[in-house]
Design a protein around this ligand. Structure first.
Ligand code: HEC
Length: 153
C-alpha cells in the first residue's frame, strides 16, 4: 500500500515537473521570438507597420514591387532613398544584387542591413533575376515591332 502511494506521488510530481518545464521553456521561446521580431521591425528605417500592404495581381500597389517573402523588408530599406523603380528596373543574380548593395554602402551611405540582408538578397535574386535573353548569353533580344519598308529602285 505504501509503495503504491509513493509511486503515485512520484508520477504526479514528475507530471507537474514536466508541465512546469514546458511552460517555462515556452515562455523563453516566445520571448526570444518576440525579441527577434521587435529587432527586425526596429531595424527598418520605414516602420513595418506603416507599410501599406495592398497587393493586386501579385504586385504591391504602392511601390510596384513583386509580392514575395521579404517584400516588407525591401520596401522598408530600399525605398528610403530612392524610388522602388530603381529596384524593379534592374535584374541581377544574388551576387549582382550583393554588389549593388555593397556599392551603395561604400558610396551612398547605405547602412548595414544586418541579419535582414539574407532575406533581402533572397527576395531580389528570386524576383528580379536576370531574364533569359535569346539563346546565347551575349546575344541581344530579338527585335520586336519592326516597321519594314520597301527599298526604292
Ligand atoms: C542610403 C540611401 C540608399 C538606400 C537605403 C538604398 N539605395 Fe539604392 N541607390 C542609392 C543611390 C544614391 C543610388 C544612385 C541613384 C542614381 O544613380 O540616381 C542608388 C542606386 C540603386 C540602384 C541602381 C544601380 C545601378 O547600377 O544603376 C539599384 C538597383 C538600387 N539602388 C537598389 C537598392 C536596393 C535593392 C536597396 C535596398 C537594399 C537600396 N537600393 C537602398 C541610395 C540608396
Amino acid at each position: 500500500m505504501r509503495e503504491r502511494l509513493n509511486t503515485r506521488y512520484y508520477t504526479i510530481i514528475l507530471g507537474l515537473g514536466i508541465l512546469i518545464l514546458v511552460l517555462v521553456g515556452y515562455f523563453f521561446y516566445d520571448t526570444a521570438v518576440q525579441e527577434q521580431v521587435d529587432f527586425i521591425a526596429a531595424d527598418a528605417p520605414i516602420p513595418l507597420e506603416d507599410i501599406e500592404n495592398r497587393i493586386e495581381n501579385g504586385v504591391h500597389v504602392q511601390t510596384g514591387l513583386l509580392d514575395g517573402e521579404g517584400l516588407n523588408l525591401v520596401i522598408a530599406h530600399c525605398t528610403a532613398c530612392h524610388s522602388a523603380q530603381l529596384v524593379t528596373q534592374n535584374r541581377a543574380d544574388r551576387d549582382g544584387w550583393k554588389k549593388m548593395i555593397v556599392w551603395m554602402q561604400e558610396t551612398q551611405n547605405l547602412w548595414d542591413l544586418g541579419t535582414q540582408e539574407e532575406t533581402i538578397l533572397d527576395y531580389l535574386a528570386k524576383n528580379y533575376a536576370p531574364e533569359e535573353v535569346g539563346s546565347g548569353n551575349f546575344r541581344r533580344a530579338p527585335l520586336k515591332d519592326i516597321e519594314w519598308y520597301e527599298l526604292e529602285k
